[in-house]
Design a protein around this ligand. Structure first.
Ligand code: ADP
Length: 132
């Protein structure tokens, strides 16, 4: 079982984010894993907007995750999403990244991986679970 999971959440894509949240809840309920939810913003984002994003992420998480909240964390990063996700996961010594296959609601079809998902799956040093 995994002990440190990073779950990247794009708040502008609620459908795929909800699926990631569902999987995260499964790991929380069935293991002792800690889960770091991570939203990545553009480098130009100002400090108060980053704080606002963290609040939004926290609220999004709390729509489903009501228990084991001592093992869930809401974090905000900046930069290119794939790079920020990979570096964050390394810094936390994560053993799994729970990434959405793509941001849309499955309209691209099951055979495609989004650009962030593809880079994270290929380059993360941990296991990667691609949520479809
Ligand atoms: P697409 O190329 O179809 O838009 P992506 O590969 O960008 O799809 O998105 C797939 C997954 O990557 C998302 O479900 C999410 O887990 C992660 N992701 C993408 N952008 C961000 C972001 N800005 N912050 C956090 N996670 C992101």
């Amino acid at each position: 079982m995994y002990s440190i999971i990073v779950a990247p959440i794009d708040l502008s894509a609620p459908e795929s984010s909800e699926r990631i949240l569902d999987r995260a809840m499964f790991f929380l309920q069935n293991s002792q894993a800690s889960i770091y939810f991570l939203t990545v913003a553009a480098v130009t984002t100002d400090k108060s907007s980053l704080e606002e994003l963290r609040t939004q992420l926290q609220q999004f998480i709390s729509t489903k995750i009501l228990e084991n909240t001592d093992r869930t964390f809401a974090e905000v990063g900046v930069g290119k999403p794939s790079k920020a996700i990979i570096e964050f996961a390394q810094a936390k010594k994560a053993d799994c990244v729970l990434v959405g296959a793509h941001r849309g609601g499955g309209l691209l079809g099951l055979n495609s991986l989004g650009s962030t998902a593809a880079i994270v799956a290929a380059q993360a040093s941990s296991d990667v679970c691609v949520v479809k």
